[in-house]
Design a protein around this ligand. Sequence first.
Ligand code: 13P
Length: 252
Amino acid sequence: MRRKIVAGNWKMNGSKDLVNSLVGHVRSELASLDNGVEAVIIPPALFVGDVIRQSGGKVAVGVQNIACWDSGAYTGEISAVMARDAGCDYALVGHSERRQLFGETDEQVAVKVVRALASGLDAVICVGETLEEREAGTAVSVVSGQVRRAVADVESGQWRQVVIAYEPVWAIGTGKTATAEDAQAMHSAIRAELASLGAPAEKISLLYGGSVKADNAAALFAQPDIDGGLIGGASLNANDFVSICRALPGKS
Ligand code: 13P
């Protein structure tokens, strides 16, 4: 039985007011949901404590990035150990915005995965191809390579802490979503890659991200290898986020 997860990545958006209005609403709406969804809110790190207080333990919380180190003279960085200490359950690692805007490399992503898992956080490892790579027909090899390098140092007992989020770069914030069939094909390829690496691939949750909205979530989540979503813009609206959580069918 794979975990079914809908995670809201707020990116650099939100405020204490949004935390106060959104988290309690999501928490009370989820109480009546019986599809087994695990909802995760991933706010800017400054608001992690506020989200945890409002969540009453019913909504999991994550950070959007962690450092490659546990502590030290790294001004502006936040470590996995600190995120765990602050009450986080998850860390996003290798989001395409970190890769593209901040030059994060596959090697750094692999180190961050190690740090996250060692600290007790679950790592949501983000992978995805650019439009050029998709048009050149290299999407599967690009994404498989990202997966392979990101999990290179995962130890055998740590796979249950690993979640992969497939987010095609061209679908993020653009309103363009991969078709359910294309997303399923990539998820299937990711699962095959994990299996080839000796991971318990059938037990690893694979999320789709990129312009997931209340009206397209159900078709994506109906695919056999899509175990949930990583949601950007729509996670900033409580009703939209809850609708996406509802779109997840109860499946094993
Ligand atoms: P959008 O849902 O806004 O396209 O963002 C997706 C994303 O990047 C989530 O991490």
